[in-house]
Design a protein around this ligand. Structure first.
Ligand code: AGP
Length: 615
């Protein structure tokens, strides 16, 4: 997934675009580039492989000034990270440039067609076909809007493009084709912005429009027009006012976005609960997701679809919703579900969990539900994202912008949101008494404070990480409702420290993986004083008997575990159904500090991007 920024207005476009790209670098950082209209009417392009800082240095020595421009930070899909494959890409005469996010699935046939017309390609990317198609239609006499629209009609796959041309030096044209990440238009005073995501332009305006699939926009300093790509029909868009404050999209006094977002979880959990529970009556109000008692009682199954960390959140939600609402829950990877020709009944509901709201595999599952006429809900963080807009009902995570590639606060927020959904459905289905509702509400009210207590021990995790960061393999063991916690803890470690870590159901160890245990394999065992405590304790003993190093996540006051494990991380006594929210915090911090000890790039791990909007 890549980051795109565009500007047209009265200010120098270059610093605005570069600052915007800084807020989008989490989307990809293989290379970066900018194109700006100079005062003399020519387009100046500057591109650099590697991180944005290198492009910034290049521009510091060779400045570009102009009041209209586009920029791009790349996560390479077609064509290795190199200067020649960096965006923006130019037409042969340099009069037209394009930046692009997504994958043009039919680019080879378009490339051959264009080469047959005499076009010479300067890169190996799929993107370059766009600018040559636009140039073809400009040469046929169409204006920039129509030339871009006709070019877009050729493009297969999920894509977002922004085009600029000397043919119309005061105009940018952008199009959204499929679910390739968002296209946000920022409405300023005598200036307009385009961005892949809110944080890139939030400091300039809160008023934003989000293009729908197969819509396009033509923008100048004085305004915009929006039309459909397929029929050029005019569209009157909804203008959103974004409540996030710009500071929330900045690092502040923290060293990394991930660290900031871990420490924000007391507040973000408060925010996701706020206004949704009446703590006196236990009544749940989900604002944008409501069904009647009859509908709720008619539900026979919930199918949760998600990817990565959001998938693990769904696994926790299975325990929670089945317990609270007595509703069977199936959880599936988006990337698997979409190719399974799923069996869905009218009595089903499909729930997508997605922080970005733009994960293409998760969106595909939502589309599969729509094709079969099945209600589809989402739990989503990014305001105005596709998963928020196409759902029949949604629960906003209210976690604020999550910039660190490793998801943390969105994970805990989405677990609480599923708890709220479980309580809501449990009440509607007659499975929960008012007294039970009030008890769960009281438990939820304590959650931010419990999380805050764990965060106070951050120094302990930094110290422990200093003893563990040199190991190259880890095993994370959990059972029951904290089996998904083990999976998530392992993912956090592997994706930011590049250590191989595997989450495993503890009860399965004897069926093979215990062969792995020796003094080179630290084992993180979630051993809370809950219904599987005794089983977990014996797992700890088995690992120790084989020379393993055991790090136990345990309940405050449990002295027995301290006799068995090499290291113990204590968390406060927590209601079982909420324990995954509190238990994951030490695992987030341990992964963070191990990555820092290893000098890893915490916020921008290699090969990753924040939201995977391509398959
Ligand atoms: C989480 O740490 C990863 N960065 C990744 O697994 C992520 O959770 C996954 O790509 C799903 O993203 P989404 O929640 O935005 O759909």
């Amino acid at each position: 997934m890549c980051g795109i920024v565009g500007y047209v207005g009265w200010r120098n476009a270059t610093p605005l675009i570069l600052t915007g790209l800084q807020h989008l670098e989490y989307r990809g950082y293989d290379s970066a580039g900018i194109a700006v209209f100079k005062q003399n009417g020519d387009i100046k392009v500057s591109r650099e492989v590697g991180k944005l800082a290198r492009l910034q240095e290049k521009i510091n020595t060779d400045p570009i000034e102009g009041t209209i421009g586009i920029g791009h930070t790349r996560w390479a899909t077609h064509g290795v990270p190199s200067e020649r494959n960096s965006h923006p890409h130019s037409s042969m005469d340099g009069s037209t440039v394009v930046v692009h996010n997504g994958i043009i699935e039919n680019f080879l046939e378009i490339r051959e067609e264009l080469q047959a017309e005499g076009i010479e390609f300067a890169s190996d990317t799929d993107t370059e076909v766009v600018v040559h198609l636009v140039e073809r239609y400009l040469a046929s006499g169409y204006n920039l809007t129509e030339a871009t629209r006709r070019a877009a009609l050729h493009l297969g796959g999920a894509n977002a493009i922004v085009v600029m041309s000397t043919h119309e030096p005061d105009t940018l044209v952008t199009a959204r084709l499929g679910n390739a990440g968002g296209v946000a238009l920022g409405l300023g005073k005598d200036e307009m912005f385009i961005a892949s995501d809110i944080p890139a332009i939030l400091s300039h305006t809160r008023d934003m429009i989000f293009l729908e699939n197969r819509q396009m926009a033509t923008i100048t300093a004085n305004g915009f027009t929006i039309q459909t790509v397929d029929d050029a029909l005019s569209v009157a868009p909804e203008i959103h006012s974004i409540p996030w404050d710009p500071v929330s999209a900045a690092k502040g006094e923290y060293r990394h976005f991930m660290q900031k977002e871990i420490f924000e979880q007391g507040r973000t959990l408060t925010d996701t609960i706020r206004g949704r529970i009446d703590f006196q009556t236990g009544e749940i109000a989900l604002q944008n997701l409501e069904i009647t008692e009859e509908e709720a009682k008619g539900l026979r199954r919930l199918v949760t679809v998600a990817c990565g960390t959001s998938y693990y959140s769904g696994l926790v939600g299975k325990f929670v919703i089945e317990k609270l609402a007595r509703l069977p829950v199936e959880v599936d990877y988006g990337s698997e579900y979409r190719y399974r020709d799923p069996i869905l009944e009218k009595s089903d509901a499909v729930l997508a969990i997605t922080q970005s709201g733009e994960t293409v595999d998760t969106l595909a599952a939502m589309e599969a539900a729509q094709e079969r006429g099945i209600r589809r809900w989402s739990i989503v963080n990014a305001i105005g994202s596709q998963a928020m807009r196409i759902a029949d009902g949604y629960i906003a995570m209210h976690a604020g912008p999550e910039i660190g590639v490793a998801s943390t606060k969105a994970y805990t927020a989405s677990i609480v949101d599923q708890t709220l959904l479980g309580l809501y459905l449990g009440k509607q289905r007659g499975q929960l008494s008012d007294a039970e509702l009030r008890r769960y509400a009281a438990d939820l009210a304590r959650l931010p404070d419990l999380v805050g207590k764990v965060l106070e021990d951050d120094h302990l995790y930094e110290e422990l990480a200093g003893k563990l960061y040199r190991y190259e393999n880890f095993l994370y063991l959990g059972r029951g409702i904290n089996y998904p916690t083990a999976l998530e803890g392992a993912l956090k470690l592997k994706e930011i420290s590049y250590i191989h870590a595997e989450g495993y159901p503890a009860g399965e160890m004897k069926h093979g993986p215990i062969a792995l245990i020796d003094e080179n394999m630290p084992v993180v065992a979630i051993t809370l004083k809950d219904y599987v405590y005794d089983k977990m304790l014996s797992q700890v003993e088995q690992a120790k008997a084989r020379g393993g190093i055991v790090i136990a996540v345990a309940t405050q006051g449990d002295t027995l575990i301290a006799e068995k494990a090499d290291h113990v991380i204590y968390i406060p006594e927590t209601p079982e159904i909420l324990s995954p929210v509190v238990t994951v915090i030490p695992l987030q911090l341990l992964a963070y500090h191990i990555a820092v000890w290893r000098g890893a790039d915490v916020d921008q791990p290699r090969n990753l991007a924040k939201s995977v909007t391509v398959e």
